[in-house]
Design a binder for this molecule. Structure first.
Ligand code: F6P
Length: 483
């Protein structure tokens, strides 16, 4: 079995004395896939992302079961920053703002060539490493072309692809140049099986695929809520291949979270956070990477609205916002981080009093502190514009000491599973979000605990290890099977 993803399970840093220090990689893909553990005999192929990673490759330092690809830094930057995080991320999360964006110009074409080269490097490495008939599980929007490229190199392999993001609606996807849309869809259709986090995203893909070439790509979804399979004929492929479609809603890892959140470093951070919040106050908690789809600015605007609409909450509530910088090589993400900081400061200077800081904002990534905030949360605010799943929405109810109320965007994948017990919001509607925050803060202790218990049960229904095994078993059963 092989796994391929941009970000791998480990990253390296060169210390001042020249030694290499390794640490566990971050992000949803890593949490989900780490569940397979080091003993599974899998090979995980990933990119060298930092100078430390490249140095580790050069020195031949590495972990068993991990192959880091040292793709030239400029090719990786164009593929990752230019195409994956500036184009594909924006399309699937519907983040573009006309009239300035998007512009598909010569620069875009140059970056696209790097995206192809980067995908080809993965396909060639996988083809070179895989035993006959091996299963290859390719992850995410960074590697959409790999299934098709790998199929041509190694038709014997069983290939799966998992999308950790939403998939754009067809009308939005159509803004991409026609040949690029076709390349993305045909690249994905090189897989035996495509899997998504929710039915909604699976349908998005099926609709987009159908639009590319309705004659050569036939989509079968007998029951609209149950995506099934796509039959297609592509260049270099035998006639009528079948690509199966699956939905696997990654859940929170309850055992790990409950144990980890009671370790000493989390207790220490709880004490510090309690000091920042102040005695007897309620906490509205959010934890995100600082990234546009997370909608942190509108979350702060909603909190400001709450303080205006319900002055009775002033001095009695604190918004604990952890916004960890992400993709800071790109100006649009840096500007967003700055906007979050500015607004938090503005709210604090407008409403704060000598004994009360309305927004406690931390931007330095600290997992133990995040868990401490989860434990203290009275309300969790998760209001993304669009999100493949959003694991924070699933983790807070599992960890919170006294049960929390969840204010949840209906556009998060997690809403499919948690919608019944969460307070639903339209993420663009700041007034509606302020109303939901008020409702969440006002919820009775018992109701909150009951709802939180049900949320935790739904959130842990498909733990990461099972999520991974389900995909592998489905690939075993379906790969190569005619529809
Ligand atoms: O949501 C897609 C995803 O790849 C997640 O799995 C992960 O948490 C996040 O994006 C990480 O992004 P990056 O690797 O750019 O930091």
């Amino acid at each position: 079995m092989l796994v391929a993803s941009n970000r791998g399970p480990v990253s390296y840093e060169v210390r001042d004395d020249g030694s290499l220090h390794s640490k566990r990689g971050g992000g949803g893909v890593v949490s989900g896939l780490s569940a397979i553990g080091p003993d599974a005999g899998a090979l995980w192929v990933c990119s060298a992302l930092s100078d430390g990673d490249r140095e580790a490759v050069r020195r031949g330092v590495g972990e068993d079961g991990v192959l880091m690809l040292d793709i030239p830094a400029d090719v990786h930057a164009d593929a990752y920053n230019g195409i994956a995080n500036s184009v594909l991320w924006f399309v699937h999360h519907m983040l573009y703002q006309t009239p300035l964006e998007p512009v598909f110009d010569a620069e875009f074409r140059r970056q696209w060539a790097s995206y192809e080269a980067y995908n080809r490097a993965f396909a060639e490495a996988l083809a070179g490493q895989a035993a006959p008939g091996a299963a290859v599980l390719v992850q995410d929007y960074h590697l959409c072309l790999v299934p098709g490229m790998l199929r041509e190199l190694r038709p014997d392999l069983r290939i799966g692809h998992f999308s950790h993001t939403p998939w754009a609606p067809a009308e939005y996807f159509r803004m991409l140049p026609d040949d690029i849309r076709a390349q993305l869809v045909w690249g994905m259709l090189g897989a035996d099986r495509l899997a998504f986090l929710t039915r909604r995203w699976a349908h998005g893909f099926m609709t987009c695929a159908n639009e590319i070439d309705a004659e050569r790509i036939q989509v079968y979804s007998p029951v609209p809520s149950e995506p099934k399979h796509i039959r297609h004929t592509g260049t270099g492929m035998p006639p009528l291949r079948t690509t199966w479609i699956g939905v696997h809603g990654l859940g929170a890892d309850a055992d790990f979270l409950r144990a980890r959140s009671h370790e000493a470093d989390v207790d220490e951070r709880m004490a510090a956070l309690r000091g920042e919040i102040g005695e007897g106050r309620k906490a509205i908690v959010r934890v995100d990477r600082t990234e546009l789809s997370k909608n942190i600015v509108r979350g702060l605007l909603a909190y400001r609205q709450l303080l205006d609409d319900h002055p009775e909450w002033r001095e009695r509530v604190v918004h604990v916002a952890f916004a960890y910088p992400s993709r800071q090589d790109l100006a649009v993400y840096r500007d967003y981080t700055a906007a979050v900081q500015r607004l938090a400061e503005e709210i604090n200077s407008r409403y704060g009093t000598p004994g009360w800081t309305p927004v406690v904002l931390h931007v330095k990534d600290d997992f133990a502190r995040s868990l401490a905030a989860y434990r203290l949360a009275d309300v969790a605010l998760v209001n993304p514009i669009r999100d493949g799943m959003n694991l924070v929405a699933k983790e807070v109810p599992v960890v919170s000491d006294e049960g929390c109320a969840l204010v949840l965007s209906r556009e998060a994948g997690a809403f499919e599973e948690l919608g019944e017990d969460a307070l639903a919001v339209n993420p663009y509607d700041v007034m509606d979000t302020a109303r939901a925050l008020h409702e969440a803060l006002s919820m009775g202790r018992e109701e909150r605990a009951e709802r939180s218990k049900r949320l935790a049960a739904a959130a842990t229904a498909l733990p990461p290890a099972q999520w991974f095994l389900d995909q592998l078993h489905a690939l075993d059963q379906e790969a190569g099977q005619p529809a």
